[in-house]
Design a protein around this ligand. Structure first.
Ligand code: THU
Length: 132
């Protein structure tokens, strides 16, 4: 299954009674496996989760922790990029050169990278040496 098809299928199940804005995300791992997620909103708005977070949770639940490709699909006046929090979540499992593909319902539109989306990401190296 392509990342686009997986993300689109997950997007169809997005739970978005508040924003009505459906997002799908899909992640590929080094073994070729694909893990998808959709946004899941909540009446307590801050408890809602993004599509990328759902895809990451599915990947980790499957026993994998390395991302080699990401795709996000939504339908709006502009292509959707991962929010700031999701950029950090993705960076936990993806090297800076990992491609992030932005898609609309017509297909893939823009290719960027984790490093371009989140330069200077907070990383494990920042924790090293902390005595506290
Ligand atoms: N959303 C995502 O799922 N991923 C993004 O990268 C941007 C925003 C969701 C969160 C919320 O459910 C809706 O889009 C509107 O913000």
């Amino acid at each position: 299954m392509t990342l686009f098809d997986a993300a689109l299928a997950a997007r169809a199940n997005a739970y978005v009674p508040y924003s009505r804005f459906r997002v799908g995300a899909a992640i590929r791992c080094p073994d070729g496996s694909v893990h998808a997620g959709c946004n899941v909103e909540n009446v307590a708005y801050p408890q809602g989760t993004c599509a990328e977070a759902g895809a990451i949770a599915a990947m980790v639940a499957s026993g994998r922790t390395t991302i080699v490709e990401v795709l996000v699909v939504a339908d709006g006046p502009e292509l959707v990029t991962p929010c700031g929090g999701c950029r950090q979540k993705l960076a936990e499992f993806a090297d800076p050169e990992v491609p992030v593909i932005l898609a609309d319902l017509g297909g893939e539109r823009v290719r960027t990278t984790i490093g371009a989306l989140l330069p200077g990401a907070f990383a494990p190296a920042h924790l090293a040496g902390s005595g506290q």
